[in-house]
Design a protein around this ligand. Structure first.
Ligand SMILES: [Zn+2]
Length: 253
């Protein structure tokens, strides 16, 4: 089986070398290393230049949890300059449930301002966008549509059904995490997303069931998606692999 982990925070994965070896043994051919700030974006670019197995591709972005007004402009500029070496913009987006952001309209407005800049940057550079949309599913989608974004994946989508249907009607994708094994909302979204629009990811090193994940845990995502969709693991692996190559335009076959 051939798999791609479409979303991992490799700078936070412990003993990365061993984790990459286990991923390779699990059938992971490539990993999209997402950036959350300056350091993680830079780290993703460095990994992308190495002859690693699995092959690592960089996505560059600032996570809505990492908006630091004092470094925002310089990080944005760094990402703009280096986007040519990356396969996507991400992880970017909105999170209205994040700590005090829930009740702070100014913080929500800052998230939208930064997200808007990234969406424009992605469009003008012809890059797909990896979107975090927790608690702000409708706004995240609305902005992507209004700014004419052509390619986007809504990572770990767990939002309302009508938002999901709308994003699918715009040709966007959804990526599944190991939470598909137990999260009611995420299972529902994965069930309603056609296999042709689904990617697999781990969001490593996020903990599922109390244990930090690593890219080899893509097998748990695969298992969960196969069970939700009542299809074979082979079928899910094959189609989502093709989807990922197409979505990120990876030179891999
Ligand atoms: Zn993430």
């Amino acid at each position: 089986m051939r798999l791609v982990d479409a979303h991992a925070h490799l700078e936070e994965v412990e003993e990365l070398e061993q984790a990459l070896r286990r991923a390779w043994e699990a059938g992971v051919k490539a990993i999209i290393a997402v950036g959350s700030d300056y350091h993680s974006s830079k780290f993703a670019l460095e990994l992308a230049e190495k002859p690693l197995r699995p092959k690592v591709y960089a996505a560059l972005g600032i996570h809505p949890w990492s908006l630091n007004p004092s470094t925002l402009d310089s990080t944005m500029e760094f990402i703009r300059r280096n986007l040519g070496k990356a396969v996507a913009v991400g992880e970017v987006g909105l999170d209205y449930w994040y700590k005090e952001t829930r009740r702070d309209r100014e913080k929500q407005a800052l998230q939208r301002k930064v997200f808007e800049e990234f969406l424009k940057m992605a469009e003008s550079n012809g890059k797909p966008v990896i979107i975090h949309s927790r608690g702000a599913w409708g706004d995240s989608l609305k902005m992507a549509i209004e700014l004419g974004v052509e390619e986007a994946v809504f990572h770990w989508f767990s939002g309302p059904q009508e938002v999901l249907e709308n994003l699918l009607s715009h040709g966007y994708y959804v990526s599944a995490t190991p939470a598909v094994a137990y999260s009611r909302e995420h299972r529902k979204a994965v069930l309603s997303t056609p296999l042709s629009r689904l990617l697999l990811e781990t969001d490593s090193p996020v903990s599922y069931g109390g244990k930090p994940s690593e890219p080899a845990d893509i097998l748990k995502t695969l298992e969960g998606v196969a069970s939700v969709k009542n299809m074979s693991r082979e079928k899910i692996a094959e189609e989502t692999f093709e989807n990922t190559l197409r979505f990120f335009k990876l030179p891999l076959d």
